[in-house]
Design a binder for this molecule. Structure first.
Ligand code: FDA
Length: 302
């Protein structure tokens, strides 16, 4: 870790709101659903799809989870009403996983049922290790009832992921594959960037060969290169996979992906709860601050 990254990750929790706001601005659609709709319309016009995410993770009361579920229903209705090319991403802890697992499942079930009703899709994001088993269990149950309308996320930094992919081969498979953002113990997660990338490619190949639909979520050019190679070698059609990127990150890479005939979905977060989200993202990935500073000074990455 560079000195800059080290300093960002150690001090970020004490940085004043206006400064975090400066760094966070490009990565969040705004504070209201209207902001997410506006950004989605713009991206749709540029040939990209989106997945909308309402910010908020570590809740303390189950009524907050119910409120988030209601927000999720509003998002689905807005997508339907405005005929947007978008779906919804949710976090299990936002739906109360750490408070009441059964109630959490009911809330997610309600969202996926609504997604099926309007022919849309819910992506269940993957959070930290204590939530992995429950998240996969929810996905297993929901895909039985709603195949085609629910997917989850697998993280290439986890040592267990290749086996999870094999274990999940016995049903409808729809995954987002990402490196993983949480700080996990080395006993469970690869730490070396090359090991994570090799595992990413191994997992992606296995998913494709098992017939999974994959959202290839990365801004790492070397992984985009590997994924494009795999797509070509396996003769996949553009509707069998998609690339995924976060709002505000590497618009040049976005263009490369789209111009090469691949589908691309942008993750569009919005909400009032942007401050803790942004601080966590900055702490977990000080690259964000580097990226914002580069933009501020008009510097290129290479
Ligand atoms: P890497 O971190 O090596 O970054 C490659 C390049 O992109 C670097 O140059 C870096 O500076 C730049 N970059 C990466 N992230 C950036 C950012 N936020 N801002 C500015 N520059 C950035 N994780 C998880 O655990 N559970 C989940 O459900 C999801 N969901 C998810 C959805 C989508 C659409 C994406 C793109 C990512 C996630 N993630 C996630 C996060 C993911 O696990 C991972 O932490 C980040 O994408 C960074 O990894 P990269 O593959 O981009 O490579």
């Amino acid at each position: 870790m560079s000195l800059f990254n080290f300093l960002v990750s150690k001090t970020i929790m004490h940085v004043p709101k206006p400064i975090v706001s400066y760094f966070a601005k490009g990565y969040i659609a705004g504070s209201t659903l209207d902001d997410a709709i506006r950004v989605t319309k713009e991206l749709n016009q540029q040939g990209m799809m989106t997945t909308i995410d309402i910010l908020g993770e570590f809740i303390t009361r189950i009524d907050q989870a119910v409120a988030f579920k209601n927000n999720g229903l509003e998002i689905l209705q807005a997508i339907d009403q405005h005929k947007l090319n978008a779906n919804l991403s949710i976090k299990p802890t936002q739906m109360g996983l750490t408070l009441d697992k059964e109630r959490c499942f009911e809330l997610i079930h309600e969202l996926v049922a609504e997604a099926k009703r309007i022919n849309n899709f819910i992506r269940i994001d993957m959070e930290d290790i204590p939530t992995t088993d429950d998240t996969l269990e929810f996905f297993r149950k929901l895909r039985e009832e709603f195949p085609g309308h629910v997917g989850t996320v697998l993280q290439a930094y986890l040592r267990r992921t290749p086996q999870d992919i094999i274990d999940l081969a016995d049903g409808y498979q729809n995954y987002r594959l990402c490196k993983g953002i949480y700080i996990e113990p080395r006993l469970h997660a690869w730490k070396h960037p090359q090991a994570i990338n090799r595992n990413y490619v191994t997992c992606l190949e296995r998913m494709f060969k098992q017939g999974a639909y994959v959202g290839i979520a990365t801004h790492d050019e070397s992984l985009v290169f590997e994924a494009m190679n795999l797509v070509r070698e396996l003769g996949l059609k553009p509707d069998q996979y998609e690339f995924q990127m976060l709002l505000g990150v590497d618009e040049e890479l976005r263009k490369i992906i789209v111009d090469n005939g691949h589908r691309l979905r942008i993750y569009v977060p919005y909400g009032q709860d942007w401050l803790p989200y942004s601080k966590r993202r900055l702490k977990e990935n000080p690259f964000i601050a580097q990226h914002a500073l580069r933009q501020m000074f008009g510097l290129k990455k290479h």
